[in-house]
Ligand binder design. Structure first.
Ligand SMILES: Nc1nc2c(ncn2[C@@H]2O[C@H](COP(=O)(O)OP(=O)(O)O)[C@@H](O)[C@H]2O)c(=O)[nH]1
Ligand SMILES: [Mg+2]
Length: 470
């Protein structure tokens, strides 16, 4: 423990030393973290943001783009040699091809450096020449932030919670059955360890599929190249006392190893260096899945946002060393499923969903905002005649069938508590409304020169996140 603490400190101090050494000669860098649970829209967000920063015709609400201060924007080799590069060109090609498609799911952290050549405008414009600002975009799964909570708890405590959640959730009963057939006090048998881990992972994946967000350990869902390694081959066990060499003792050891070798390095090496953060949230998807998914999303977001409170635990305080994330944007994604008249409701629901968690983050001094956005707009708005009068709908091409469809997702309540109260009280279905979500395919684009892909409020998001630094 002490050794690990010292090691954390050394890495940070070395960073600080190199920072100060290179600072006078180097250009300003903004490290923008992009996170959200799987399928929240991270890949599409980064792809569209970068494309719209390179071709700024659709960024009127971003000051430095609108007044011409940004002269050019270009991709450069990223600073971290050991992180995978965000496959911008690939993703953009798919989204903008004549037969567009959504990107494949990504399961890794990745990084991209976009450099902006900025000439200050206005009063002081003549006094200084253009300067270069680097925007380092780091894409990482929100599931990894949930793991922070594991640092505060023991294997026994984690097991207790995980087993309690399993009952009744998808795949949970199967896991509990597998667990019931295994004696954790017996000598370690690797086949049994694997059977438990496989069954537990299947349960986590099925729960995630069904809209539950609260699924730890995060790497079980997104194992990357660690799949099958011992550090991911464990599962929760009923409380017990285990002797040396037993299955129970070994799984407990692996849980501790997971925290030390996976959770901590991510926070120390990547998370602690982020200046600005956007948290993408598929609020519409959760509303569509029903009250339990909304309640669970609320809990998961509270856990995720706990990571942005530096005082939260000793480890975080140590790696941040007084620094902090300066701005956090909470963005409800895929707002193109709604007519714009319903966007204020979506934003209000997002704010209400995050209220408790946000108050704490704000308390720590970070500036926060909530918005409804669409990184890639796939629909057009229409008003159609309906028996009760005109109805505001969106129209787009359906994923799968490829058919054009007009779509009315249900009236979101203007009072968010109409959704959040039933969710918190454990309702299983919405009483008086059926909120549908259709999956639209990206629409084939004909872009004018100078225009990036169509979006909703991506320019406002960019202005909030880093407009002040340009
Ligand atoms: N209509 C619409 N769908 C979106 C948008 N962004 C993401 N999606 C959908 O959400 C899915 C997941 O997005 P992706 O960026 O891959 O999520 P990630 O797992 O967080 O990287 C996509 O395949 C799309 O179906 C958007 O702006 N509009
Ligand atoms: Mg992705």
């Amino acid at each position: 423990m002490v050794l690990a603490a010292i090691a954390d400190q050394i890495t940070r101090s070395v960073d600080l030393v190199t920072d100060t050494l290179t600072a006078p000669f180097s250009e300003p860098v903004i490290r923008l973290g992009v996170t959200g649970l799987s399928r929240a829209g991270k890949t599409v967000f980064i792809t569209s943001l970068v494309a719209n920063l390179m071709d700024r015709g659709r960024m009127p609400q971003m000051r430095a783009a609108a007044d011409g201060a940004i002269r050019t924007a270009y991709l450069q080799p990223q600073p971290d040699d050991t992180l995978p590069r965000f496959e911008f060109e690939d993703h953009l090609r798919r989204l903008t091809s004549p037969t567009p498609s959504w990107p494949d799911g990504t399961r890794h952290i990745s990084e991209l450096r976009l450099s902006l050549r900025v000439q200050p405008t206005g009063l002081l414009s003549g006094l200084s020449g253009p300067r270069t600002v680097h925007l380092d975009i780091v894409d990482y799964p929100g599931e990894w932030l949930l793991d922070l909570g594991l640092l505060d708890i023991s294997f026994a405590e984690w097991s207790k919670g995980a087993i309690a959640r399993a009952a009744g959730r998808p795949g949970g009963d199967e896991f509990l059955e597998t667990l019931g057939a295994i004696d954790a006090t017996a000598k370690l048998d690797e086949t049994q360890a694997q059977a438990l881990a496989t069954s537990y992972t299947a349960h986590l994946n099925a729960s995630r599929e069904a809209g539950f967000s609260d699924c730890t350990p995060g790497r079980f869902l997104l194992p990357g190249d660690l799949a099958g390694s011992p550090v991911l081959t464990f599962a929760p066990l009923p409380t017990g006392s285990w002797s040396r060499g037993s299955l129970g003792r070994e799984l407990e050891r692996r849980f501790e190893s997971y925290k030390r070798n996976i959770v901590k390095p991510f926070f120390r090496d990547h998370f602690s260096k982020i200046d600005r953060q956007v948290v993408l949230i598929d609020v519409l998807g959760a509303i569509h899945a029903g009250p339990p998914a909304v309640a669970d999303l609320k809990q998961a977001m509270a856990d995720i946002l706990g990571a942005f409170r530096p005082g939260r635990n000793a480890f975080l305080t140590r790696i941040f060393q007084g620094r902090q994330v300066e701005k956090i944007l909470f963005a409800a994604t895929k707002a193109d499923h709604l007519h714009h008249t319903q966007h204020p409701q979506l934003t209000a629901i997002t704010e209400a969903l995050l209220r408790e968690a946000r108050d704490k983050a704000r308390f720590a001094g970070a500036q926060t905002a909530a918005m409804s956005i669409a990184s890639l707009r796939t629909t057009v708005e229409q008003t159609v005649e309906h028996r009760d009068g005109p109805l505001n709908v969106v129209q787009g091409q359906l994923l799968g069938s490829g058919k054009q469809a007009a779509f009315y997702p249900g009236d979101l309540p203007s009072d968010p508590s109409h959704l959040l109260a039933p969710a918190e009280e454990g309702a299983q279905a919405w009483l008086d409304a059926d909120y549908q979500v259709m999956n639209f395919a990206p629409a084939p684009l004909t872009l004018r020169p100078g225009d990036g892909p169509p979006h909703i409020r991506l320019d406002r998001a960019a202005e909030f996140l880093f407009g002040d630094r340009l």
